[in-house]
Design a protein. Structure first.
Length: 193
């Protein structure tokens, strides 16, 4: 209920958004502390926006991702990391999460965190795999929903410059549950210097 109050206070709501939030509110993530900033003023997400995006992408987005986007439709998250058993181009033991792409249908809103625009841009990149949807990342590194083997996506890390295509988690829920504060790794990073 804290999130509903937060949504109302921040004026990120309409009746259909409140109903949609209540429908998706059972997730275990603390929504009030997950997001850092809606710097690009993304519009609030609606069920209709989700339907349009899923139809355009010809996929079903994970319910837990939709839950997060109903709280804030993409933008900066608090700094998180996902522990990795294998080294990536980012680090020996983790990948970063500091933003999530939103569903922006209003073309007057310019944002680097626009899921549909990013997918459109990456469609022209020969090395970017088909059936992979980047929900976070920029430039050449991405955390993605991987639909290559199943209609329920796994999570993968892709670095176009380093040719990385690395398994991260079985599901988006598993990815969220595995997130830790980036602070856990900052001490390790400082020790390397």
């Amino acid at each position: 209920m804290k999130v509903l109050i937060l949504l109302v206070k921040q004026k990120y709501y309409k009746n259909d958004q409140i109903i949609a939030y209540l429908k998706y509110k059972k997730m275990n993530i603390d929504f009030t502390n997950f997001w850092e900033s809606n710097f690009y003023n993304h519009p609030a997400l609606t069920e209709k926006m989700v339907s349009i995006a899923e139809r355009k992408l010809e996929i079903k987005l994970p319910e837990s991702l939709i839950k997060l986007l109903f709280v804030m439709n993409g933008g900066y998250t608090n700094p998180y990391a996902f522990p990795m058993d294998v080294p990536t181009s980012w680090a020996e033991n983790h990948i970063p999460l500091d933003s999530i792409n939103g569903i922006i249908l209003d073309k007057s809103v310019e944002s680097p965190f626009d899921l549909l625009d990013l997918i459109k841009a990456l469609a022209g990149v020969p090395d970017f795999p088909k059936d992979v949807v980047p929900f976070s990342g920029n430039a050449h590194t991405f955390i993605c929903l991987d639909y290559r083997k199943n209609s329920t996506p796994t999570i993968c890390w892709i670095d176009l410059e380093m040719d990385d295509d690395i398994y991260v988690a079985d599901t988006f829920d598993e990815f969220l549950e595995g997130l830790v504060s980036q602070d856990v790794y900052e001490e390790d990073d400082e020790d390397d210097y």
